[in-house]
Design a protein around this ligand. Sequence first.
Ligand code: SAH
Length: 226
Amino acid sequence: MSRFDLARRRMLEGQLLSRGIKNARVLAAMFKVPRHLFVEEALQDQAYGDHALPIGARQTISQPYMVALMTEALMLEGSEKVLEVGTGSGYQTAILAELAAQVYSLERIDLFIEKAKALMAQLQYDNVFIRCADGTAGWKAEAPFNAILVAAGAPEVPLSLVDQLAMGGRLVIPVGDRRTQVLKRIVKERTGTSETAITPCAFVPLVGEAGWQYGKGEAGDQPEGF
Ligand code: SAH
């Protein structure tokens, strides 16, 4: 076992099992995917710690527990078509690729796209499609999706994402203000939608048409993407 395998095992026991992550497929995926490859080399020893880490452009790779919790909430069985908004490092994308049939992932910052695509190729995920676009509009040509995961905090639930859910589909999304949100699961049902609050959380802002707007003169809040 390498030191990273050991760190991953400790992560599983100390951060996931101990906090109630139960889904065996989610746990297996979290044990398998080499999270340290998704951060820069200088941060690899911290990759399995109980926190988010910077990935550049003031964005972060989400905390392992949050990735597991969001993934579990999607209730994936293996046959699903999934949309992810906010590829970032591509770590969550890899976890989803382990657990669903296809993963369509949107990211607004160009810089992350090539890196994430290279990692998907290196780890041999051929069921992942990554594109640079505003994820608040979803990916209409590929809709409907059985599951949609948004990895950035939204001011409200984007309607296009609800529209692009299949019947019975699940949307997991942090909703709140710029700094703190509540992770919600929205399920599309024949009679409408039902909503459950999962946990308080703190994600980077979802920036886009149906997200937060930049350009209000806030230093450090300028867009790197479009
Ligand atoms: N799951 C990723 C999370 C990255 S942070 C990881 O663990 O690495 C959230 C990401 O969402 C950032 O990369 C940010 O650029 C991206 N993002 C924010 N608003 C977006 C939008 N409207 N469309 C697509 N990506 C967006």
